[in-house]
Structures are given as C-alpha cells and as structure tokens.
Write a protein that binds this ligand. Structure first.
Ligand code: F6R
Length: 609
C-alpha cells in the first residue's frame, strides 16, 4: 500500500509531487515525504501523519529541485514516525518503497557488518544501503540498482534518485504495482495511472522484475534478466480531475448517496431493461458461466462478503458449486482446483496483493480467471482472463460502500446468467429476478428518506462497547459486513454471526448493554431468524430489528428499535440491507468523532500481503 511518485522534470517538482501524492493518499496516510536533488545533493522533507502536515513542513522549508521522489506511507515495519518516513536516504541515494522486503533482516546484518549505519526500523532502508554498496564497488547507478533489486525477496515497487545525477530516476517493480508515465519533456513513475493523470495519459505498466531507467524524457526498461524490454504504452482513462465531496460532509456519505445512480450503471451493463433479461456482451464469459465445473471465489474484507452473498446466489439459481476463501488463505491451503473450473476474484481497487496472488495461483492451476473490479486498469484486471467492471466510479472513503452494492448487483446478474446458461432457471424467473434488480435504485432512494432516524440510532449504537449483527442465508454475509463497517470507522467492537450459531456460544455475550442488530428480510428464513432473535430477547438482549413493514409488524413488538426497509423481492435484500448497515456505521462514527474517510490504521488499497 504506500503511494509512490517520481518525476525527472524540467521545473521545480516538490509542489507537483505533493499534488500527485494527494491522489495516492488512499494508499496510506501514516506519514509522507519528498526527496529532490538540490545542486546535485539529496535533500528531503518528511512528516508523520497526513499529507497536510507535509504540506506545512514544505511551506516552512521549501524544497527546490527538478528531479524528485515522493511517498505516502502505510506502516508495515516501524511506527509512523519521521525517522521511519520515506524517502530513506544516505548521501548517495534516496529511495521510496511500497511492499515488504522479506529478506531485509539478513541483508541488514550483512550491510551492518560492512559498516553501513541504519537510522530507521523499516525494511525499506536496506535498499538504500544495498544500492550504495554496489555504488561503492564502482557500479554506475543503473547497474547498482539492477544488482540490488535482484537480491531483494518479497514484494516491492521502488523509485530512486542519485546524488549528482540530475534527471535520473530509476524504478523497479516486483509484486507491487508501478507505472511509467511519458510526458512531452518529462517522464514519471507512479503507483498507478490515477497518480500520473495530471501529467500524462500515456502510461506503461511495469511487469514483475522490470527496472525502468528514466533520463529526462527517455525511458529504458529492462526485464528480470536485464534484457531490454518493451512494455506497451497505453492511453489511460484515469481522470485528472480530483473527486470532490459534492456538498457532503464526507466521501463516505457521498458514496452512500450515489448508490442508486451507480448501481443503475452496473445494471445497465449486465442487463437489458427491455426484456428485462441478462445481456452479457462476452461470449467467453457466457460459456464459462454455463459450463464451469466449479467456481472458486476469492477476495478480502468487504469484497469477500460480496463473494459470500454470490455463493448463495450461484448455488441456488445455477446449481453451480462454489468454494469461497479469503484471498490471504486460498493459496496457502493448497486448494484442489477442478478441471474445467473458473475462479472469480472480487476487488474494488484491483490492487489488493492477496487477491492478486490468489488469482495467479488459480491461473497457474488451470482455472479460467474472472476479475470483478471497479478499477479496470488495475493489476488484477490486467492479469485476469475476463474482466467484469462494476462502474461504481472512484471510491475514496476507506470504508467500501458503493463498490460493495455494485459488486452485489453484478454478481446477481452473473448468477442469473449462469442459471440460464446451465438450464436451471426459466425465462420467466429470469424476468422476475431482473425486474427486481432494476427496482433497486428506486428502493434505495425511498429508503434514504429515513436517514434522520438512522442517524439517531447510530448515535445510540455509538454508546455501546460491543455490538452483534445477526443474519441467516444471504443475510448472514450482510451481518458480517455490517459489523465490519461499524468497527472499521467507529472503532466500536462488533461481530457478525449466522443467526442460528448464536446458541452455540456467542449468546453468552448477551446482556442489556449489547445491541443486537438483526437483519431479517421477510423471506424464507424469516421465521427461523426471528426465533433466534427471541432467544436473544429472552436473555435481556437489546434488539434492533431491520426488516420490511410486514416483518416489523409480525416480530418487532419487543424490539428496542426498528428500521423499515422497502418492501421488495427477497432476492435483492442483500443489496437493500447494506444501506442501513452503512448508515448506522457512518452515524456511529460521527458520534464517536472518528475520521470517517480515513480511519486509523487503515488504507484504501492493501498492496502488501
Ligand atoms: C472495508 C474495506 C476493505 C476492502 C478490502 C479489499 O470497508 O473496504 O475490507 O474491501 O481491503 O479491498 P479491494 O476490494 O480493493 O480488494
């Protein structure tokens, strides 16, 4: 995670690097820094905390120089202090790093023994000393950089500048993303095309093992074996406009409110409203959905919970067997991949390191890989056999909201397509389910009218120390997602459980101080969920029941509080029930005074394992 920018420029670069770093702050905001060449010498400014603090440092102590590198950090090794902030440097070289250098302890011992002096606790600093060591042996910067990166294990993207080497910028990539931007008179390095968008839309993505040597606007790329490599220069669609909050207090609020519109975009891509029916514009995809022997789904966090809902849908509507794993677990359990299997990877950013590694594992094991992503120029999208875009638009708030519901909308359409393709779903059922999907935007608009009530409930939930979320069937993943949303932005401890599991242990936690949020769509699981809710209430539990009017009338009498969800086909309940879960978390976080869009310890894109 960590964002990287480098510029071999023709004018002062520190202010421009700072602007580019603002576009990368979603990757981490523990500390930030910039290094430039000033009369051939390396100078740097660093600060703990968000970029606004680095901005203040630069205002006090401006940093001249036309060649420079910048970094925004999500800490892995070493606390977020100035000393641990990037760029790391000695007199000869400065580097910024994203990833984890796994053999840093061995390298550090080796370099300490040779007399190198380390100042930080980071893994990254070994790169500085390793490169310097090769420079000491008389190697030119280009060769020193290539020799050094060959010795690193783990994942990295690196950008480097060298004393006395005006206009020289070197980048290297293995595991973590790095792109080269081609300008008119300048060239750039950046973690993604979005960071480079204000400078250029001509971008080449480095491949694993590549080293890019940038001299002014001349770029040479070498592969892992040191051979010259051609990497296609593509024209990106990444917008250079900075996304604003459109009058909302937080990006998260804006993104919650955008859901009717963006889910409409997702549905417009996967459905034909005239039928209504599913309309996939990709024959290969239709074939895979119709004939895959099994679907392996893998993702992290919120995207994983979307996949869990997908499992219910694919199995029920298409009788397509689904295995689902956290991406961080999948390849480590040495899974059995079936012949003719397909594997679906879900990721808003398309850069999550665990999900990317899981995709590579599935691909290496003969699975057809599908990527359900928001960022279509991401690493996961580029490496998958089939890309499934969700059209949620830029999601800036760290807590995923609109990407989740757009992922669900796409998964619902794909499950219907699989059901039709496998002969398990009639045209009539397809029409009914698609009609239900097309009504989602209208239902969400309707539901958002009750926001003030949820604000008040969020304030109550914020007073709790622990909160439980319960759901059954496709609402179980929603309970998990509701709990994740609450804990990540309000820091209130929350857990999601399958409602029927309560009696096997967690019910011991129930007392009058623990709000229990029950997601109970008025569907085939309703009566069973209500029984589990009664078991909670019988033990003094404080229940917040979320259901439709009929469900609240039937079971809400003794509930502490109720939220009414619009009456709709139970098929779309996971999407509609996400909205109260998001709003409860949002208002609880505001009541707690936490930083809603950039909660502590988190980053939007997790590019380390
Ligand atoms: C939670 C959240 C995270 C992400 C997870 C995967 O609100 O946003 O749990 O869902 O880090 O990220 P992507 O979808 O970018 O792979």
């Amino acid at each position: 995670m960590c964002g990287i920018v480098g510029i071999a420029g023709t004018q002062e670069v520190a202010p421009v690097i700072l602007e580019a770093l603002k576009r990368l702050e979603y990757r981490g905001y523990d500390s930030a820094g910039i290094a430039t060449l000033v009369d051939g010498r390396i100078e740097r400014r660093r600060s703990p905390g968000k970029l606004s603090r680095l901005d203040a440092v630069l205002r006090d102590e401006p940093l001249p120089g036309r060649t420079g590198i910048g970094h925004t950090r999500w800490a892995t090794h070493g606390a977020p202090t100035v000393i641990n902030a990037h760029p790391h440097a000695n007199a000869r070289v400065a580097i910024v790093h994203n990833g984890i250098i796994e053999n840093f302890r061995d390298l550090r011992s080796e370099l300490l023994a040779k007399g190198h002096k380390f100042e930080s606790e980071t893994d990254s600093e070994v790169a500085v000393h390793l490169i310097s060591d090769y420079l000491d042996q008389g190697l030119a910067p280009e060769d020193a950089a290539q020799e050094a990166v060959r010795r690193l294990t783990g994942a990295y993207s690196l950008a480097m500048i060298f004393r006395g080497e005006e206009s020289l910028l070197i980048g290297a990539r293995k595991g973590s993303p790095l792109a080269v931007g081609y300008g008119e008179h300048e060239a750039y390095l950046g973690s993604d095309a979005f960071a480079l968008a204000p400078f250029t839309n001509r971008v080449a993505y480095l491949e694993d093992g590549d080293v890019a040597i940038v001299r002014g606007n001349q770029v040479s790329i070498f592969d892992a074996k040191g051979r010259p490599a051609n990497r296609e220069v593509v024209i990106t669609n990444a917008s250079s406009a900075l996304v604003d909050k459109a009058g909302h207090r937080h990006f998260m609020a804006k993104e919650i409110h955008e859901q009717p519109e963006v889910i409409g975009h997702t549905l417009a891509h996967y459905l034909d409203a005239a039928g209504p029916n599913v309309a996939l514009d990709n024959d290969k995809l239709s074939k895979v959905l119709a004939s895959a022997t099994r679907l392996t789904i893998s993702a992290c966090g919120t995207a994983y919970y979307a996949g869990l809902v997908g499992k219910y849908w694919f199995e029920k509507l298409a009788r397509l067997p689904v295995e689902i794993d956290f991406a961080s677990e999948l390849r480590y359990r040495d899974p059995v991949y079936p012949e003719g299997g397909a594997a679906l990877f879900i990721s808003q950013s398309g850069e999550t390191a665990d999900t990317l590694a899981a995709l590579r594992d599935a691909k290496a094991n003969g699975q057809t890989t599908l990527a359900l992503v928001n960022v279509v120029e991401s690493s996961i999208a580029r490496e998958a056999d089939i890309v499934l875009p969700i059209f949620a638009g830029p999601e800036i708030g760290v807590a995923s909201t609109k990407a989740f519901t757009c992922q669900l909308a796409a998964l619902a359409a794909l499950a219907i397509a699989a059901g039709r393709g496998r002969g398990k779903l009639s045209a009539e059922d397809e029409k009914r389910l698609c009609t239900a999907l097309l009504e989602i935007p209208r239902h969400i608009v309707e539901f958002l009218k009750s926001e003030a009530k949820i604000e008040a409930l969020g304030q109550e939930v914020a007073k709790a120390r622990d909160v439980l979320y319960l759901g059954r069937g496709p609402s179980f993943p929603l309970a998990l997602e509701g709990a994740l949303k609450l804990k990540e932005i309000s820091y209130v401890h929350a857990e999601g459980y399958a409602a029927g599991e309560m009696k096997h242990g967690p019910i011991a936690l129930i007392d009058e101080n623990v709000p229990v949020i029950v997601m109970a769509p008025h569907d085939g699981f309703f009566e069973k969920t209500v029984s589990n809710m009664q078991e909670v209430m019988a033990r003094g539990g404080k229940v917040l029941l979320i259901s439709e009017r009929a469900g609240l009338d039937r079971a809400g009498t003794d509930a502490w509080a109720k939220i009414e969800v619009p009456d709709a086909d139970a098929f779309i309940a996971p999407i509609l029930y996400a909205i109260p879960a998001q709003l409860l978390a949002y208002y609880a976080a505001i009541a707690k005074g936490s930083d809603v869009d950039q909660p502590r310890n988190l980053a939007k894109s997790v590019t380390v394992e």
